[in-house]
Design a protein around this ligand. Structure first.
Ligand SMILES: NC(=O)c1ccc[n+]([C@@H]2O[C@H](COP(=O)([O-])OP(=O)(O)OC[C@H]3O[C@@H](n4cnc5c(N)ncnc54)[C@H](OP(=O)(O)O)[C@@H]3O)[C@@H](O)[C@H]2O)c1
Length: 266
């Protein structure tokens, strides 16, 4: 087997939550490019169907699961059952869906139970529900790979920024718990911690944001793809429980990259 053959995902099938937009879309396209069939999951139909067209054009099988709210465990369970029924063996799960900014601008006493559950459920409970729904299937079929998406905020605190850093820190711990629990069942769990990957193409904004990063620029959405392919592939077979930062050196620069005090972002 050649070195690059280890990155070949032919015959794999990946469930990716939030596959229709942003980082999830890029990971879906890159995994498909590397040979994987894809199950794209989200609430809105349009982005999930649009990425599906691109994936089918690459010659891969694609199942779009729309109207699925990953904060509702019964909907997650049904989605995983449908994916197994229609696609066969699921070998990869990428828990990407997430929501920043819940409760933005509120002080701790102002935060409601709803704010708390919205932030924790969209970023952490969702990954727990999806992992729980797929793990028995993976164990029955010689294992699989679970890739969680955290954030630089999983490592640092922010002023008046509670749910997002707490949930993303929990995602790192979920990864470790999955890795430890299923290490002898062939299931590998890993985590990606993206830095700043804006969706805007407005040049002034990008330059302004990039100037605050150690690398002098923000991340391009497509740059997440090769890392996801690696973590999903046999090349990463002995990698488990680890969180990989892809942030142009932001966390390496300390908790306040470029000297900024973290505020209520996310
Ligand atoms: N972009 C960054 O700079 C950055 C940095 C660090 C971490 N991250 C993390 O990366 C992940 C992707 O973020 P992104 O920037 O690519 O944002 P995005 O484009 O808003 O992607 C989020 C996706 O998740 C889906 N989603 C959200 N809540 C959902 C729910 N309850 N049920 C089902 N699907 C849901 C959304 O689709 P629907 O609305 O149609 O459901 C959307 O496609 C998130 O976990 C985010 O926290 C992003």
């Amino acid at each position: 087997m050649g070195i690059l053959d280890q990155f070949d995902l032919t015959g794999q099938c990946a469930i990716i939550t939030g596959a229709g937009t942003g980082l999830g879309r890029e990971m879906a396209l890159h995994l498909a490019e590397a040979g994987a069939d894809i199950v794209g999951v989200g609430r809105r139909a349009e982005p999930i169907e649009a990425v599906g067209e691109e994936i089918r054009a690459k010659g891969r099988r694609y199942l779009g699961c729309t109207g699925v709210d990953v904060t509702v465990s019964s909907q997650v369970n049904e989605m995983v059952e449908q994916a197994i029924r229609e696609m066969g063996r699921i070998t990869v799960l990428i828990n990407n869906a997430g929501l920043g900014g819940t409760g933005r601008g509120k002080t701790l006493p102002e935060l409601t139970d709803e704010d708390w559950h919205s932030g924790i459920d969209s970023n952490l409970s969702s990954a727990f529900y999806c992992s729980r729904a797929v793990v028995s299937h993976m164990m029955e079929h010689q294992g699989g790979r679970i890739i969680n998406i955290t954030s630089g905020w999983g490592f640092r605190g922010g002023r008046n920024n509670f749910m997002y850093p707490i949930a993303k820190g929990g995602v790192i711990q979920l990864t470790k718990a999955l890795a430890m629990t299923y290490a002898r069942d062939g299931i590998r769990a890993s985590c990606i911690a993206p830095g700043l990957f804006p969706k805007t193409e407005e040049r002034g904004t990008l330059e302004q944001l990039g100037d605050k990063q150690p690398a002098g620029r923000v991340g391009f959405l497509r740059e997440i793809g090769p890392l996801a392919v690696f973590l999903a592939s046999p090349a990463a077979d002995y990698l488990s429980g680890e969180t990989v930062l892809i942030d142009g050196g932001s966390i390496a620069a300390g908790i306040t990259p470029a000297g900024l005090v973290p505020r209520a972002e996310g």
